[in-house]
Design a protein around this ligand. Structure first.
Ligand SMILES: [Fe+2]
Ligand SMILES: [Fe+2]
Length: 209
């Protein structure tokens, strides 16, 4: 990655402790490392590597905010607050990050990835999908399902050459579907609400392959 991108990532990394406690930072750095892995294994361009790595660093930046602060961000940016508070931070993250770091650092591609990292959405880009997956497969996630899907992703990836773009993209799609499938099943078993964007993301992913 070029020096400009490296400097931007360093600027974000240095500021993160102001917004995240130690536990969240550990998770964030786990997601970041998983995205570095994606960059290498999928042979991403410098721009895509920057997008996915910056999105990883920024994705949970509003998760420690109080509900009042989160609602204030929604008002400032004319966002309708979601009904489930667990997904609130995916909508507030990008506008908040832009306020802090500016639009030259927090590009539209980064905003897109942050804004669907919990639920997915219709028409996810490759970097959207990578952040969505990395948030689930980072090594700090100890749940069995996270471990299983991480092993599947990393194991299958080893069998594919970096130049086989179609096979890599199919593996990424399969992993996204496994995560959505697991999450929806889990939410149903627990009697919890499913965000409509997740259902829309599932339907879109099923028609992609
Ligand atoms: Fe999150
Ligand atoms: Fe996260």
């Amino acid at each position: 990655m070029n020096e400009e991108y490296e400097n931007r990532l360093a600027e974000i990394r240095d500021a993160l402790p102001l917004y995240e406690d130690a536990r969240r930072l550990e998770h964030t750095m786990g997601v970041y490392r998983e995205c570095v892995w994606f960059s290498k294994k999928f042979g991403l361009s410098e721009e895509d590597s920057y997008t996915v790595c910056a999105a990883a660093l920024l994705h949970d930046i509003t998760k420690n905010l109080s509900e009042a602060d989160a609602i204030a961000i929604c008002h400032r940016h004319k966002i309708t607050p979601p009904s489930a508070s667990a997904v609130m931070h995916q909508y507030t993250g990008a506008p908040f990050a832009k306020e802090i770091f500016g639009e030259h650092i927090v590009t539209e591609a980064i905003c897109s990835a942050i804004s669907c990292h919990t639920t997915g959405k219709i028409g996810m880009s490759m970097t959207d999908k990578m952040l969505f997956v990395a948030d689930f497969t980072e090594v700090g996630r100890k749940y069995r399902s996270c471990r299983d899907i991480r092993e599947y992703l990393h194991g299958e990836c080893e069998k594919i050459n970096r130049n086989e773009k179609t096979a890599l993209s199919r593996l990424l799609n399969d992993t996204v579907k496994r995560i959505i499938g697991f999450t929806v099943t889990y939410l149903i078993e627990k009697g919890k609400k499913i965000d409509p964007d997740m259902i829309l993301a599932w339907n879109a992913m099923v028609s992609e392959n």
